[in-house]
Design a protein around this ligand. Structure first.
Ligand SMILES: [Zn+2]
Ligand SMILES: [Zn+2]
Length: 352
């Protein structure tokens, strides 16, 4: 089988060939039908995240061992099951939740494997779906996709669950506009799910006019240029009485986007950071207390949340995120385009 792997950080992925693995114990072998290309794959290929102030967080220090096959948004067809993989039928087409914890700790036992301190995530710490085949360690990570096309369902495994979990942290989703910073693949997914979760209006912020237009087409109530000097004031003006936003979901996570997001909150408002672009901001402490502000991180989503998300999309349909499919061999080209900011929506590789 072919595997596109990070062998040296900062270098293009290498296509390596190896034997197709056989599932043991509770494992399941999937033939990969669709593997989404996520922005965080660029950080994984680089080997570090920007912490701001010249500091970097090395992924090697966090347990990433090379070579590793990237690809964490996967849908595949079951081709073989281990003797203890109960309830999984050969031939079924399933989404693989890549956010795999140790399975033993208290956090994992309550289903929040995304918060485990010893994660083994597929496409990060273990081999992912930029390959012909993928091993999934246990049936609990597999979800029915119903009639959804594999290439459109695959992004639910990261882009979908990440935005869904962030939106679940917005108590005012049905009553007040939600601000969404970033209108790339993640932003359009968030916008689509926001509506399906009862959101009535969304203010979308992006520095790119093409992406702002895509957001308007996808149903944003308003768009704001995040690069404008008065971006925070513009956002506030769009809220009730110009008082500010009850919830901002920052899918970019840069110093600049955080500044805009944090500065547009109302008293009691919540700034939820999701994006991993990198950087830092300085905030005055007394107003956080006096204005009862919340700064909350949101990282991926739990297994119960994945089940909830799959039920929601099977009932209400998938968010209309533009998807472009490409052969597996194009992965490095797809990465280059994503790095250059040229991708609207999602690129999904189709190895089969
Ligand atoms: Zn991702
Ligand atoms: Zn654990």
């Amino acid at each position: 089988m072919r595997m596109f792997q990070v062998c040296v950080c900062g270098q293009p992925l290498q296509c390596n060939e190896g034997p197709t693995p056989e599932p043991k114990g509770s494992e399941i072998l999937l033939k990969v039908l669709a593997a989404g290309v996520c922005h965080s794959d660029l950080h994984l290929a680089d080997g570090w995240f920007d912490l701001g102030g010249g500091k970097k967080m090395s992924l090697a220090d966090r347990g990433m061992k090379l070579p590793v096959t990237l690809g964490h948004e996967n849908v595949g067809k079951v081709v073989a099951v281990g003797p203890d993989a109960k309830g999984v039928k050969v031939g079924s087409v399933l989404l693989a939740d890549p956010w795999i914890g140790c399975g033993q700790c208290e956090v994992c036992k309550r289903g929040e494997e995304n918060l485990c301190r010893a994660m083994k995530s597929a496409g990060v710490f273990s081999n992912g779906g930029y390959a012909d085949y993928l091993i999934v360690p246990h049936p609990r990570y597999l979800f029915e996709i119903g009639d959804l096309p594999p290439e459109r369902a695959a992004p639910l495994a990261c882009s979908g669950i990440t935005t869904f979990s962030a939106l679940r942290k917005v108590p005012t989703i049905a009553s007040e506009p939600t601000v969404i910073i970033g209108a790339g693949g993640l932003g359009l997914m968030a916008l689509g799910l926001h509506k399906r979760m009862g959101g009535h209006s969304a203010i979308v912020v992006d520095i790119d006019p093409v992406k702002r237009e895509a957001a308007m087409k996808a149903g944003a109530a308003h768009v704001v240029d995040g690069a404008a000097a008065d971006a925070a004031a513009q956002i506030m003006k769009l809220t009730k009485d110009g008082a500010g936003a009850w919830a901002v979901i920052d899918l970019v996570g840069s110093g600049k986007s955080a500044r805009v997001g944090f500065d547009s909150l109302i008293k009691g408002g919540k700034y939820i950071i999701v994006g991993l672009y990198g950087g830092d901001i300085t905030v005055s402490l007394p107003p956080i207390a006096m204005r009862a502000l919340t700064i909350q991180g949101s990282y991926l989503g739990s297994i119960p949340e994945m089940a909830e998300l799959m039920e929601l999309v099977r009932k209400t349909g998938l968010p209309d995120v533009p998807v472009t499919t490409r052969p597996l061999d194009d992965v490095n080209k797809a990465h280059a385009e994503l790095r250059a900011g040229k991708v609207v929506g999602r690129v999904v590789l189709t190895p089969a």
